[in-house]
Design a protein around this ligand. Structure first.
Ligand code: NDP
Length: 254
């Protein structure tokens, strides 16, 4: 699958920034430059590395976006609509995410405000983004054959109910776990909504990765994670829609 135009949320650091680097540098799709719409909350203040990348690669467009804010999403979607033209958008990666730090404390330190924040960003954000970008995604789906237009929701094994007992000791993370389990359900529902358009939607666990969120003890570098994730994305077919996959292609339990 060629990626002609991609939209990445949370593109100023971590996994999102590396996705932008790979796609813009064409390390993944060798044939022609991918137009990369790199969205982040504060392009002027907390996005120096992304700004440098955009100077290096003219196929990067930086877009201001807060996935908690519907008017910001609408403005970003309008910009994507203009930039993508009649070819539309064939890859949306809903990557922006938070893990409220209070949830890392041991004991039942559950705070409703942490849950609200995690759900707004990790669960509602990807649904709202997909809804706002749907006309641009549909344009791509109409121009190509089935399965060439993809919505990727970056999830986590922390959101797998089957895995809770085995990985709970790594951190209770209740708000994060609930928000990612909700995102998994959203992926399955959106896959059904988008099936008739030939648009794939699925949840992808990027592995445990050395980022601000993953910490320095994580086994995977961002480069390793992103290279594997893009391989999974490249090999998807419409039969994979509605699934929950790991960065190494393994099918994960819900
Ligand atoms: P980081 O903490 O390094 O980066 C998070 C990104 O999300 C930042 O760009 C941040 O922007 C952005 N973001 C947060 N809130 C918003 C918002 N309201 N609007 C727009 N952008 C926002 O995390 P990672 O790169 O590690 O994680 C990326 C994704 O991968 C997340 O969804 C995470 O849950 C998932 N994941 C990560 C794992 C890991 O081990 N690292 C494991 C499993 C899943 P800002 O700089 O403005 O805060």
């Amino acid at each position: 699958m060629d990626i002609d135009a991609a939209f990445i949320t949370g593109a100023n650091r971590g996994i999102g920034l590396e996705l932008v680097r790979f796609l813009a540098a064409n390390e993944f799709a060798h044939q022609k430059a991918t137009r990369v719409l790199a969205a982040c909350r504060c392009p002027e203040e907390r996005a120096e590395e992304l700004q440098n990348l955009a100077h290096q690669y003219p196929n990067i467009e930086i877009i201001k976006l807060d996935v908690e804010d519907w008017s910001s999403i609408e403005t970003a979607a309008k910009k994507a609509d203009e930039l993508c033209g009649k070819g539309g958008l064939n890859l949306l990666v809903n990557n922006a995410g938070v893990n409220p730090m209070d949830s890392l404390k041991s004991g039942f330190h559950f705070q409703p405000s942490d849950m609200e924040l995690a759900v707004r960003i990790n669960t509602l954000g990807p649904i709202q983004m997909t809804k706002a970008l749907l006309p641009v995604l549909r344009r791509s789906a109409k121009m190509t054959s089935n399965g060439k237009t993809i919505v990727v929701n970056i999830s986590s094994t922390a959101g797998s109910i089957k895995h809770v007992a085995s990985n709970y000791k790594l951190g209770n993370l209740i708000p994060y776990r609930v928000s990612k389990a909700g995102l998994n359900m959203a992926s399955a529902c959106m896959a059904e909504e988008l099936r008739a358009d030939g648009i794939i939607c699925f949840s992808l666990h990027p592995g445990w990765v050395r980022t601000d969120m993953g910490g320095q003890k994580a086994p995977l570098s961002v480069q390793e994670s992103v290279a594997s994730c893009l391989k999974v994305i490249k090999n998807l077919t419409i039969q994979d829609t509605g699934s929950f996959l790991s960065y190494d292609g393994e099918v994960l339990p819900w």
